[in-house]
Structures are given as structure tokens and as C-alpha cells.
Design a protein around this ligand. Structure first.
Ligand code: ADP
Ligand code: MG
Length: 442
């Protein structure tokens, strides 16, 4: 086994960059191989999460290559860490598919509420407190890593812990898992049981319904389960990273049902909310996180909360390995790959001046309130660039563009983002504008 692992290390070294290899791969200790599962010991739960999110496929494919058969990986956390985790034993993972597994840390208490998610949060709390009485179905949509799964889990956890619904009547499942259970049911001729199981639930929490896209047979089953539950007044909550009507290759009848109840969205958080989330996570995991570091992370990482958390985990691991406390300079050093430095300082005035002169409209018109047809597009471009090139929050950007509200700002950003991905000419235009903004001396 040790030989296998050594050889695996050798292969991994060629593929993973040096710093990451030293931080994440080196501390792993092989424990045993059993039934094609390779057990690997890691120092703490951050390692486990980080490895599972980033390196597990790489490790298992190398081990499979070496052993000549499919090898799965299981990470074991060192004893002292395990004791901590198991103190939540009433929530321990249970393999039985009828008993849902809730992540104990994805609770309402641990969810930080800010302008970007407060409606979704309130709707979820209402549904958890009064299943089938508030909104049905509740449909939550929002970008990747913004807290959809967290909220869905929180609903399940809440109804379970407060004994509103017994555990066996709670279904908490991803649409992919739904599909894979359906396939198993068909394979083993158990479709009848499959249907019965879902129809018996009192609450149906389904994560990532966008993955139903293109799966015709699953959609049919899902449709029937949905109807049966809805008709007997059972609570349904769905999450998706797309708005129902934007999910491609999804039957119309499903799309329309998804829109029957309340649709609520989660937007990317502003800097203040990001700082609050970081502090919350640091507190929960007992990571000493100085304020300046929290602010640095929050203002430099704008992709999503999962990346934000990943950077915290990385910092924490580095700090415990190196034995020195987390500091701003450590953060800058360790995270230089993740964080794209805002390499030049941009003043929003500069953006507005360049955009207005490029489109040949008056600055006052561009940042005014009126909605003439010819300013809509330049204004969206201006808003998009402000988001991309400054640290201003969505609200501040809205204020600087004629007092637009937060959702209008998001709408503009999304619209341009989508088009930039689809139209190379628009991408060129954006790059030209950025170039001009960089060079401009206004
Ligand atoms: P999604 O399902 O939308 O892709 P997740 O629910 O998995 O995103 O969230 C990604 C990570 O970010 C999780 O660890 C979650 O706990 C955290 N997170 C997201 N939003 C919040 C929030 N408002 N407060 C605290 N943690 C959050
Ligand atoms: Mg999710």
C-alpha cells in the first residue's frame, strides 16, 4: 500500500502545482485499502472538504491507474477532530436513502442575512415554520455557491429538529440523486416502490432542478411526484441556478408548475455581507481571522461564497501548518493565485466619462434617470464595467447611475455578462472600453 501511495504522490507531483502539493497532498497519510476503497488520513475537516472539492478526482484516477481497477477514496479525519464532529451525532450520516442527511452547519442560525438574500431567507423560514401554508412550491434560484443548498438544508433541519415533520417524511434530495434512484428502480424493477416512496413524503426538498434538463424520463417521474404531492397539499421547495423558464430542455408543464408558487432569488453578496459571512464561518470553525484579512478577502474575491470559504480554509490550513497566525501578508501571499488583483485603480467617474464619450451621449444623460431607448445599452455597459472594475457595492453603483435599485443593477450586469459570453464582438467592445478607461486621464 505504501508503495502504491508513493507512486501516486510521484504522479500527483507532476500534475499539481508545487505550493498546492506541499499544502494539501503531502500531509495525507495512507491508512488502508479495502474493497477498492483507499482510506486516507487527513489532519482536519478543512482538509477533507478542500480535498473533496479540489483533488479527490485527481487522486482517485491516479490510484485507479496504478492499481488497474477503479479505486474510491475515503478521507478519515484524525481522532481529535473526529470527536468534535461526532458530537453532532444525532445528525450523523445515515446511508439509508429514506433517511435524509442534513449538514448540521447549514442551519438558519448559521446563515448570514444581507440585502442579497433576505427575501429568499425569509421565504425559507416561513416555509419551514408553516409547511404547505406559506408558499407552495417555493422556488429559489441564484448563481453557483450563493447559498441555495444551505437554505434548503436549513429548512429540512428546522422541520426535523422542531419536530414539525418526522425524519422519514422529509425528502431532501438533489435532482441528480432523484435521477439515479429512478435508474436503479428501473434496473431492479422497483419503480412502484420508487413512486410510493416519494409520494409518501410530507416535505419534498429538491436541490438543483436545473439538472432535470434533457432527462426526459426523469422529468415524467418528477412531474407525477410533484403533482401527487402538490395535490395532497405537501410542501415542495426547489432550487436551481436558472429561472424556470430559462432551464433548457425542460418540459413546459414542469416549467409552469415551478412558477405556480413563489419564486425568490439570491444575488451575489455585497462586501459587508461577505465580511459577515467570513466572520461567521471563522467563528464556527474557531479560526482567528483578523478584520483586515476578512475585509481583504471580501473585497478581492467576487466570484462566490464557496470560493470565499475555500480561501479561508486554505489560509487556516496554512497557518496551522506553518505555526504562524493569519495575517494580511500571509493572505496576500497564499491567495495570489485565487485572487485576481485589481491591478489598476478605477474611479467610477472615469468609467462613466469613457462610456458616455464612446457612445456619444451626454454624461448627464448616461447617469440620469430617464429611460430613452438609446441610453439603455450604454448604461448597462457602464454598470457592468463599474462592477468589474471597482469595489463599489451594487447599491452604490445603482446610486451612481441615476438611483437604480439593487435588482436593476443586477439585471444589467447579468444581461451584459450573458451577451459577452455569446457575442465575441461585444467582448471586444468591452476590452476596448477597459483599455480606454485604463489610459484615460480624466
Ligand atoms: P449553492 O447551493 O447556491 O451553490 P451553497 O448553499 O452550497 O451554494 O453555499 C456555498 C457555501 O457558502 C456554503 O458553505 C454555505 O454555507 C455558504 N454560504 C452561502 N451563503 C451564505 C450565507 N448567507 N451565510 C453563511 N454562509 C453562506
Ligand atoms: Mg448547491
Amino acid at each position: 500500500m505504501e508503495k502504491v501511495w508513493d507512486y501516486c504522490l510521484f504522479l500527483l507531483k507532476q500534475k499539481i502545482d508545487k505550493e498546492a502539493f506541499e499544502t494539501w497532498i503531502k500531509p495525507i497519510e495512507p491508512v488502508k485499502i479495502e474493497d477498492n476503497v483507499f482510506y486516507l488520513k487527513v489532519p482536519n475537516r478543512f482538509f477533507k472538504i478542500w480535498l473533496e472539492e479540489n483533488y479527490v478526482n485527481e487522486i482517485s484516477s491516479n490510484l485507479s491507474f496504478i492499481k488497474g481497477e477503479k479505486i474510491k477514496i475515503s478521507f478519515i479525519i484524525e481522532e481529535s477532530e473526529k470527536a468534535f464532529l461526532e458530537s453532532n451525532d444525532y445528525l450523523r450520516y445515515e446511508k439509508d436513502i429514506n433517511i435524509p442527511y442534513f449538514n448540521p452547519s447549514y442551519s438558519f442560525e448559521n446563515f448570514v442575512v444581507g440585502p442579497s438574500n433576505q427575501l429568499a431567507h425569509a421565504a425559507c423560514q416561513a416555509v419551514a415554520s408553516f409547511p404547505s401554508k406559506a408558499y407552495n412550491p417555493l422556488f429559489i434560484y441564484g448563481g453557483v455557491g450563493l447559498g441555495k443548498t444551505h437554505l434548503l438544508n436549513a429548512i429540512g433541519l428546522y422541520v426535523y429538529k422542531n419536530k414539525i415533520i418526522p425524519k422519514e417524511k422529509i425528502c431532501f434530495i438533489s435532482s441528480e440523486e432523484f435521477t439515479s434512484q429512478l435508474i436503479d428502480a428501473i434496473r431492479y424493477e422497483k419503480t412502484h416502490e420508487f413512486r410510493k416512496k416519494f409520494r409518501n413524503m410530507d416535505i419534498f426538498l429538491v436541490d438543483d432542478v436545473q439538472f432535470l434538463s434533457n432527462k426526459e424520463m426523469t422529468q415524467v417521474e418528477f412531474f407525477h411526484a410533484f403533482n401527487a404531492l402538490f395535490e395532497s397539499n405537501k410542501q415542495i421547495v426547489l432550487t436551481s441556478d436558472l429561472f424556470p423558464k430559462d432551464i433548457p430542455n425542460l418540459e413546459e408543464r414542469l416549467k409552469s408548475r415551478f412558477e405556480w408558487g413563489l419564486i425568490t432569488d439570491i444575488q451575489p453578496p455585497d462586501v459587508e455581507t461577505k465580511v459577515a459571512i467570513l466572520k461567521k464561518k471563522a467563528g464556527l470553525n474557531r479560526i482567528p481571522l483578523p478584520d483586515d484579512v476578512a475585509f481583504y478577502l471580501a473585497s478581492s474575491i467576487d466570484s462566490n461564497i464557496r470560493t470565499l470559504e475555500g480561501s479561508l480554509i486554505r489560509l487556516s490550513a496554512f497557518s496551522s501548518l506553518s505555526g504562524s497566525p493569519i495575517s494580511l501578508s500571509m493572505a496576500k501571499e497564499i491567495l495570489k493565485n485565487i485572487i485576481k488583483e485589481k491591478d489598476f485603480f478605477v474611479d467610477i467617474n472615469k468609467i462613466q466619462k469613457v462610456v458616455s464619450s464612446f457612445f456619444n451621449i451626454k454624461l448627464s444623460t448616461l447617469i440620469g434617470k430617464r429611460k430613452q431607448k438609446n441610453v439603455v445599452f450604454p448604461r448597462q455597459i457602464g454598470i457592468y464595467l463599474a462592477r468589474k472594475l471597482t469595489n463599489l457595492s451594487l447599491m452604490e453603483i445603482g446610486e451612481r447611475f441615476g438611483g437604480k435599485d439593487h435588482s436593476t443593477v443586477i439585471h444589467s450586469i447579468r444581461k451584459i455578462e450573458k451577451r459577452v459570453n455569446e457575442e465575441s464582438s461585444l467582448k471586444d467592445l468591452i476590452n476596448i472600453l477597459i483599455e480606454r478607461i485604463k489610459l484615460s486621464k480624466y
